[in-house]
Ligand binder design. Structure first.
Ligand code: ACM
Length: 260
């Protein structure tokens, strides 16, 4: 299965421009599943709730329409982060869209730093969605630091974790090696790059988007450049949870002894 990510530097508040950048980066792609960054269409550094309200949209809003068109054009599924407005509640969300339409939505559960001032924590829980008979799990950025999040998706059968991000601290790309290894899943980390400066606030994003295998191998990792990367993976490898002939990483868990 050909999977990958788009890494780029969105302009804050310039949805049309950001959609056009993505469309350009995707030109002519041959892939089945592509992940875009968190808040890919709006940018990240919101100064107040009014700005966020303005830039947010329903899960099937205009950015969804745009992505669905690309999904049909390239016969490819896309996962992407966006600011979601649902009955005036604002979530840091992601959607999975196939050529047939909306497959699923995930709302970021573990909000980071000032996101807590503007967004409501997600209420969707951790669910697995199917595309082409492959089970996919969704997490957004800071969710990575809670091992329970990805573990829940792995226990539910996820083979590939779709992970849009706007990372500003350096730890996640290396930590994903362990997350992939301990859960025996593929991880597609789609981070943004560049810097956002707004009214004295600066966010510098680390880039380093990557695809990691269930054996913890970095199949591709980039630096700070705007790019699209695609790798060919066998998602069936994520069905084998054996570390060796004695250790099955999921079966051997001792749920009777954790959190007691
Ligand atoms: C983050 O969760 N955007 C760091």
């Amino acid at each position: 299965m050909k999977v990958g990510f788009v890494q780029f530097d969105p302009f804050f508040g310039e949805k049309e421009k950001n959609l056009a950048t993505v469309e350009n980066l995707l030109k002519g792609i041959d892939a089945e599943l592509i992940v875009l960054p968190e808040l890919f269409n709006t940018g990240y550094t919101f100064l107040n709730k009014a700005e966020l309200t303005d830039l947010s949209e329903p899960a099937t809003g205009s950015s969804y329409d745009f992505i669905l068109k690309l999904a049909r054009q390239y016969k490819c599924a896309f996962a992407y982060g966006f600011a979601e407005k649902d009955n005036d509640i604002l979530y840091d969300s992601m959607a999975l869209v196939s050529p047939d339409g909306l497959v699923g939505v995930y709302r970021k559960i573990h909000l980071f730093f000032e996101e807590k001032k503007f967004f409501q924590p997600g209420d969707t829980g951790f669910h697995v969605f199917e595309y082409k008979n492959i089970k996919l799990g969704m997490l957004i950025c800071f969710d990575w630091i809670y091992p329970e999040a990805m573990r829940t998706l792995a226990v539910k059968g996820a083979q590939i974790i779709l992970h849009p991000a706007n990372l500003v601290t350096p730890y996640c790309p290396d930590a994903m090696i362990t997350r992939a290894l301990e859960n025996r899943v593929f991880i597609i980390l789609a981070n943004r790059c560049g810097e956002e400066k707004r009214n004295g606030k600066t966010n510098k994003f680390i880039g380093q988007s990557e695809v990691v295998s269930p054996q913890g191998e970095i199949l591709v990792r980039v630096e700070q450049q705007e790019c699209i990367k695609i790798v060919d993976i066998d998602p069936a490898l994520a069905l084998d949870k054996k570390f060796n002939e004695y250790n099955d990483l999921l079966v051997d868990r001792r749920e009777d002894l954790y959190f007691k």
